[in-house]
Design a protein around this ligand. Structure first.
Ligand code: AMP
Length: 396
């Protein structure tokens, strides 16, 4: 993997694609700056070498039109605060001003270009637009893991203009190494924990991971499709009726590949999808009509705990209960505790994709697991076994 550590940036202008698509409140103030923090090491390395940095990113979905609410000017103060440096700003990512500001940039300086998606050419992967961006810098660095699954002008197409001067940033390298550690070089036993609402969105991941893993824990809403397919009474729990055959096929494939599958054995059920609903704990195969399973029961938590404590590599994607409601968060909290404990004892744990990342942040597990991925869609596509366009463009 060619990373920025393989290059000395002295007197070079590095064109760095980052993912500063940060969440904002109604006043457009940044509410979570994780994505800015995440690329700080890359920016510092380039500046410390004696180079300068031109930052390119998108923010939101302006769909090819200039719109004040998506302007990077709004997040500039937060970027300066996190980086602890003054950042110059250009009100367009291409054109005369961008050319001039890039040309005038001195070693040690940072320039932020306006939202790439103000130009429809960005998402269309336009080569002329990519060339205009490319002309601004001497070296291309991709550190935008969050958009690495997109074949856009700044994430992939641009790389062709830097045949021998394109590198992965340090965040990209860390993300790719973490995935590799699970799928390719993980210490055994390897356990994947998949939760969340739907089986349908996780099928490709399961199929791709089976050859690599030893244990598969299936929890959350998606477990009920399996339980029902196995003949269980699941009451009004979430189910994808048309995916039952597929669920049985997955179990069969897992068996053929010697992967042990663990489904919940009990459930915290409620008479309504509501935090104040009446609650009971029952066997997962015996959920009465009118009730729905919203969290893993105590016996399931213990079962999952034992599997996790016997694992050396752990991948976690998706909550195993409706953790957003306090009365149904205990199962996911217990799971987080088990993973934290195993990690403390030397296992490698990767948390990736959407809601489980939100969970670890909200419940304070970020520092108790080995790695929390910053890229939702990109992480999921990697786990599905796809080569991400942003990665391919640098490797080719
Ligand atoms: P996903 O986006 O597919 O990873 O699903 C995440 C969502 O699954 C979270 O918002 C959870 O609240 C939800 N979830 C987890 N367990 C259940 C369950 N037993 N019933 C319904 N939704 C669930």
């Amino acid at each position: 993997m060619k990373t920025i550590n393989d290059f000395n940036f002295k007197d070079k202008k590095a064109l760095v694609r980052v993912d500063f698509n940060v969440p904002q409140d109604e006043n457009l103030k940044v509410t979570d700056n994780t994505r800015i923090q995440a690329v700080k090491p890359t920016i510092e390395k380039i500046l410390n070498d004696g180079g300068s940095v031109i930052l390119m990113t998108h923010l939101g979905r302006p769909k090819g039109k200039v719109a004040d609410e998506f302007s990077l000017k709004k997040i500039l103060p937060e970027i300066e605060e996190v980086l602890g440096k003054t950042v110059k700003f250009c009100n367009d990512c291409v054109g005369e001003d961008a050319k001039k500001m890039a040309a005038d940039l001195q070693p040690g300086e940072i320039l932020l270009l306006e939202n790439l998606r103000f130009h429809s050419e960005e998402e269309n992967g336009d080569t002329v637009f990519a060339k205009k961006l490319a002309d601004l810098g001497d070296v291309y660095v991709n550190d935008a893991f969050g958009t690495a699954h997109r074949e856009h002008a700044s994430t992939a197409v641009i790389a062709q203009y830097f045949p021998s001067t394109k590198y992965f940033g340090l965040l990209m390298a860390k993300e790719l190494e973490a995935i590799d550690k699970v799928l390719m070089s993980g210490e055994k036993p390897i356990t994947a924990i998949l939760g969340g609402s739907k089986v349908s969105s996780k099928i490709t991941i399961i199929e791709n991971m089976l050859p690599a893993i030893d244990n598969l824990i299936i929890g959350g809403g998606m477990a009920f499709t399996f339980i029902r397919a196995l003949g269980g009474e699941i009451g009004n729990s979430l189910v994808e009726v048309d995916k039952q055959t597929l669920a049985l096929e997955i179990l069969e494939k897992a068996k053929e590949q010697n992967v042990a599958v663990y489904l919940p054995v009990d459930s915290i059920i409620a008479d309504d999808f509501n935090n104040d609903a009446e609650i009971k704990e029952v066997d997962i195969y015996e959920i009465p009509q009118g009730w729905m399973g919203l969290d893993a029961g105590v016996r399931s938590r213990k079962l999952f705990h034992d599997v996790i404590m016997n694992s050396r590599t752990i991948l976690w994607n998706g909550p195993i209960g409706v953790f957003e409601m306090s009365h149904f968060s205990a199962g996911t909290v217990a799971l987080g505790d088990s993973i934290a404990k195993a990690t403390k004892l030397g296992a490698f744990s990767l948390v990736g994709g959407g809601d489980s990342v939100a969970f670890v942040k909200q419940f304070g597990y970020e520092d108790k697991v080995s790695y929390v991925s910053t890229g939702g869609g990109a992480m999921l596509e990697s786990l599905e076994g796809k080569e991400l366009p942003g990665v391919k463009a640098i490797n080719n």
